[in-house]
Design a protein around this ligand. Sequence first.
Ligand code: FRU
Length: 479
Amino acid sequence: MLDRNNELKELAIKEIEMHRETVERDPYRPAFHLMPPVGLLNDPNGFIQWKGTYHVFFQWMPFKTEHGAKFWGHYTSKDLVNWELAPIALTPGDWYDKNGCYSGSAVVHDNKMKLFYTGNVKDENGNRETYQCVAESEDGIHFDKKGVVVELPEGYTPHFRDPKVWKHLDKWYMVIGTQDLSEEGRIVLYESSDLREWTFKGDVTASGQEPIGDLGYMWECPDLFELDGKDILLFSPQGLEGNGYLYQNVYQTGYLSGELDYASGKMSHGAFTELDRGFEFYAPQTTLDENGRRLVIGWMGVPEQGEEHHPTIAHKWIHILTIPRELHYEGNQLFQRPAAELEAMRHSDITKNVSLSNERKEWSELNGAVYELLVQLNKVEETFSVTIRNNATMTYDATKSVLTFKRKSFVNGEEETRSCLIESVNELRFYVDSSSIEVFVNDGKEVFTSRFFPEEYNESLVFEADGHSTFQVTKWLLK
Ligand code: FRU
């Protein structure tokens, strides 16, 4: 009998081969972001560095550009810049994961890499079941599934998933994103001394608790780590109402900072803060690399947020991951900065010192589709803006202290915006890659992450000022 996992693997490989050219011909293909070889990619999973090699796995549906029974695809890199597609890591071919090897994480123990993930199961009536599972590898490339290690405890619905595992002193811990029976989001904690037997410790925190108040009906993709003297709980809550500039996407991502009491499993923490201000950022995962850096990668997408309108679907693929970023906690907030390794992609730099007064300006040598652009602002009297490829505009309005990212919607072509309040802007660093823009503001204090789908032949870059603005701009081509 042909093993179901091998069968699925072979079918997925065929799918990659069948659509390779269609995918490669897409002008919206990124030059330096991770994308699926075919089909749909969502959350980054199992982010880890082991024996010098970085591993990023990803939620993957090879057979269509919609969600479904997910595989774990796999990329590896020595330098966070050059990535290689590795063999498929996990296939949903067992009774406990037959409707998807859902999100999870990786650790190394006893010279083996272990993947913890959620086995998603729908019974014959369509009811959901959930199993936290483990798979092991000696080489970080070929994985053997070892089955279920945690079953659904009482008090939670089967929306119970996305195990993130880490070591603290001599014990292992696992956080899981959940929904309780009254449909409030929660994060639960487990403890283990051997990575096989897990003890339920209870809720780390929950929607409804002070000082966060009501924070949605389901919390996905938790990550708990120590950074610069604080414990940070990063997660993606669902069910928040938009509130001014906050919570404008269909689902959000943000964090709590404070202290986890490992004995009781409870975390004392402050208010919830959104991590990103752009249109597409969700389900990020961090890792502590071999240099002691806390790196993060996110999915540059949001579930159910216009996904079926992405133009790349015509080329048989959808979604990308963000660039790898370094996290820091400074002055009561997280900062995200592009991983320093990305500087190796730079070449052919151009610098200009500019002064604009109530005018627009464009220099054809700054045009492009794949580049890094650094704008250092000395002075903004009223408003300053940068428009990329006649589609997306970043505007700082100094009279209101509001920073706004505007793009043409890929659903209906109309302009839509995301904004945040910020007292002054002295630096905007753009990573532009064919169909994505990541903007790091004031050295990562705020970040706007979004997709955009400009006209293929428009590669313009336009600067504009109302009142007087002076700035220096540096542009590098990348790769
Ligand atoms: C987040 C998520 C996770 C789940 C996975 C399934 O985007 O919904 O909670 O494990 O995607 O692909």
